[in-house]
Design a protein around this ligand. Sequence first.
Ligand code: ADP
Ligand code: ADP
Length: 230
Amino acid sequence: LELVQVRDVTLQYKTPDHLVTATYKVSCTVEQGDRYVILGPSGCGKSTLLKAVGGFIKPVGGTIVVNGREVREPGPDRMMVFQEFEQLMPWKTVLQNVMFPMQATGKYWKSETRERALAAIDKVNLTKFKDVYPHMLSGGMKMRVAIARAMALEPDVLLMDEPFAALDALTRRKMQEELLALWDQLRFTVLFVTHSIEEAIVVGSRILILSPHPGRVRAELEAGDLSYAD
Ligand code: ADP
Ligand code: ADP
């Protein structure tokens, strides 16, 4: 099932000094269950493209389609899991954190919100920690809370923008492994942006390589295309 399709998108957005027009000669398709990585050097436009998939920047040309619908604005079908997971609210417990976005949508009854949150927390194996505050958790556990919080809204795709960039090498490695273990269990679809070739190889089932020239594709690879000597 083709979940995300990006076709030659043009984006326009304001920065403090000027209006930017960013064109992407990029055609890509994310299939259900892909760990789709967008890889490229800093400044090649990865983060901007991901924000457009998230609906935070509206295309003025080309199309972004998610699960059959053209993307026009942010929505719970595309949940962004932010860098370092620091967006967890420290004064709320794990359960309260996971309930929060559902409360914000106003779409669910209170009892349903709680049930869905408990189910999502169980899926990421944190039931024992549901009443704990985020500061009491390890980095890996915080990531699982952030993912449970997104998953409770049943998104079509999780969007991750350099989530491990600020971590030391050892912690990053552990977080990558934890993400893969969670994916093995839950098979969500993830669109993941990184500038690290190593990270792309570890995390990706499919890798789109962008050129240093913004908005151009270098290559698209599947994990099986890659071989490297230990
Ligand atoms: P990355 O995430 O790869 O580091 P960003 O998305 O943050 O790159 O973009 C870096 C800069 O380049 C930003 O100022 C952005 O506005 C600009 N930019 C992004 N995409 C394009 C594009 N396709 N064409 C021209 N400029 C772009
Ligand atoms: P990481 O992936 O960051 O190495 P994990 O999330 O795998 O860490 O946690 C490792 C184990 O440590 C967990 O199974 C949990 O039992 C224990 N642990 C971590 N933080 C706490 C805590 N605040 N209280 C109790 N046990 C904890």
